[in-house]
Design a binder for this molecule. Structure first.
Ligand code: GLN
Length: 390
């Protein structure tokens, strides 16, 4: 049977297989250490896993309510109050989603008109621009540059035009690990208020801020009513495969996002929703312990990469560290990542895929450090051979 020459629609034609899938497949086929896709190599808290098993045994195996189970929506509202002093009505202002990825897609598909413009920072997380594209909207990018990845306020102001509908802020930021500080968030908030824009936040690394604190955009003056806050439990509880995320926003916005969400996955993960509520209610020692252990691994991998000869931009948050490969004699991160398993048995992600302006990210490579310390040690030892050989 003849297959049409091009089947993928115009909006998606720039999107092939995600770099995470490509690099994880490469790790699998070569047996290399996978520091590419960001997922932990150990399970999250035992009591949370037990709660999922108990939920299955207790028969929570049919469709949960469209908004998510009431107890998880309550737990999300409690979490927002406990960590940030924010008040959300669990019935009117919280929606449970299939991870933050579905939440972002539903936000874009429900709030954007074709031709609308969305301002976001480059490097961007891939699903943000895919959501914009699927909605038929356009992206306008403001580049974050190492070493500190601060943005130029004039560049941001200039990116906003008559068709701009929203600004997307991902903090702590994937892939750079930047944690936006209050002054930067204030600048963004001011532009949102001035131009009557929505703010969409991706806060999935909210509990992985090591230097500086995570400040939700919705806590800034005048932002509660215009911010759609997105987060999830995958990173916080080291269960990335469970895909339980949430949206917090004013009732009108929450309802709009729900309209799209119900036709994406409809609902998902009933037993995992019960377990996530248990996770969100864990004591401070859990959240502190996660941050401290991940901070130690941040230092371990950053120091190891420096010693191996990379120029390292030590991240303030997330579980990713970006390194410049030029000091080792390479200048093309994509080519290097494709060869890295063969060269030294490690997989990483080339940051160039997170840029439109490829020149900005060509020489940068991202390593995930959410792995056991002994795995990081072994990876660093292998990477040290790269420099030695060049
Ligand atoms: N968020 C993960 C990362 O940045 C990947 C998730 C995915 O594969 N879509 O590595």
């Amino acid at each position: 049977m003849a297959v049409p020459e091009r089947v993928l629609n115009e909006r998606l034609v720039e999107f092939g297989t995600t770099i995470f899938a490509e690099m994880s497949a490469l790790a699998l086929s070569t047996g290399a250490i996978n520091l590419g896709q960001g997922f932990p190599d150990t399970d999250g808290p035992r009591e949370v896993a037990d709660a999922a098993v108990a939920a299955i045994r207790a028969g929570h195996n049919q469709y949960p309510p469209g908004l998510g189970i009431a107890d998880l929506r309550l737990a999300v509202a409690e979490h927002q109050k406990r960590f940030y002093g924010m008040h959300f009505d669990p019935d009117a202002e919280v929606l449970i989603t299939a991870g933050a990825t579905e939440a972002i897609a539903a936000v874009m598909l429900s709030l954007l008109e074709p031709g609308d413009e969305v301002v976001l920072f480059e490097p961007y997380y891939d699903s943000h621009i895919a959501g914009i594209a699927m909605a038929g909207a356009e992206r306008r990018l403001v580049t974050l540059r190492p070493p500190d990845y601060r943005f130029d306020p004039d560049e941001l102001a200039a990116a906003i035009g008559p068709c701009t509908r929203m600004i997307v802020v991902n903090s702590p930021h994937n892939p750079t690990g930047k944690v936006f500080d209050r002054e930067e968030l204030e600048l963004i908030a001011e532009l949102c208020r001035e131009h009557d824009l929505l703010a969409v936040t991706d806060e999935v690394y909210e509990h992985l801020a090591y230097d500086g604190e995570h400040i939700p955009m919705a806590t800034l003056p005048g932002m509660r009513e215009r911010t759609i806050s997105v987060s999830s439990g995958g990173k916080t509880f080291s269960f990335t495969g469970w895909k339980i995320g949430w949206v917090c926003a004013m009732p009108e916005l929450r309802d709009a996002v729900t309209t799209a969400k119900q036709f994406l996955t409809f609902v998902n993960g009933a037993p995992f929703q019960h377990a996530m509520a248990v996770g969100l209610r864990l004591g401070d020692d859990y959240f502190d312990g996660l941050r401290n252990s991940m901070r130690a691994r941040r230092d371990q991998l950053s120091d190891g990469l420096s010693a191996a000869g990379f120029e390292v931009y030590r991240p303030a948050g997330t579980y990713f560290v970006t390194a410049d490969v030029r000091p080792l004699g390479f200048d093309d991160g994509m080519a290097l990542c494709r060869k890295l398993p063969e060269l030294c048995g490690v997989v990483a992600v080339p940051n160039v895929v997170f840029y439109d302006n490829e020149r900005e990210g060509r020489h940068l490579v991202r390593f995930a450090f959410c792995k056991r310390p002994e795995v990081l040690d072994e990876a660093v030892e292998r990477l040290a051979k790269l420099g030695a050989g060049s």
